[in-house]
Design a protein around this ligand. Structure first.
Ligand SMILES: [Zn+2]
Length: 147
């Protein structure tokens, strides 16, 4: 059986069709600079508030100039946990700026959000634990585990 139960990511023109992702990009113009992540991404509906809050925290931590030094590469779910990948565009530049320590805090924010996602139903956001659903790990509340 397939290990993936995510909905399709692209329409027939190759454009992403995840509306939550588009909303996230529109809500955080500083962080995303109006662009979708370079690698196909997907934000589970139940994790939207978590990811939204993470983006807000990163923007607050780095400010507009710091945000220009990073790029959100990919957001997705894997093994029932949030994955949030950043590219630091120029490490030399980052180290020459006061954002160096801020990047450590950003990585800590990402770790915390990823840990939290494993306790958050990916469908509805209710508190939950990770279940093994026929060999596929999923963070689902009791309601969504049943259906
Ligand atoms: Zn649920």
């Amino acid at each position: 059986m397939s290990s993936s139960s995510n909905p399709p990511l692209f329409d027939q023109d190759g454009d992403p069709i995840d509306p939550a992702l588009h909303r996230l990009v529109a809500t955080h113009p500083v962080l995303f600079r109006g662009r979708l992540p370079a690698v196909a991404s997907y934000v589970p509906a139940g994790w939207y508030p978590l990811v939204d809050e993470l983006c807000r925290s990163i923007e607050a931590e780095l400010g507009p100039q710091g945000c220009e030094k990073i790029e959100v590469r990919q957001i997705k779910e894997k093994f029932a946990g949030l994955r949030f990948y950043l590219v630091e565009r120029s490490l030399a530049d980052v180290k020459s700026l006061p954002v160096e320590d801020a990047m450590d805090r950003v990585h800590a924010l990402i770790r915390t959000a990823c840990e939290q996602s494993e306790r958050t139903c990916q469908k509805c956001g209710a508190p939950c634990v990770v279940h093994d659903v026929g060999g596929y790990l999923a963070a689902l509340c009791d309601t969504h585990l049943r259906g």
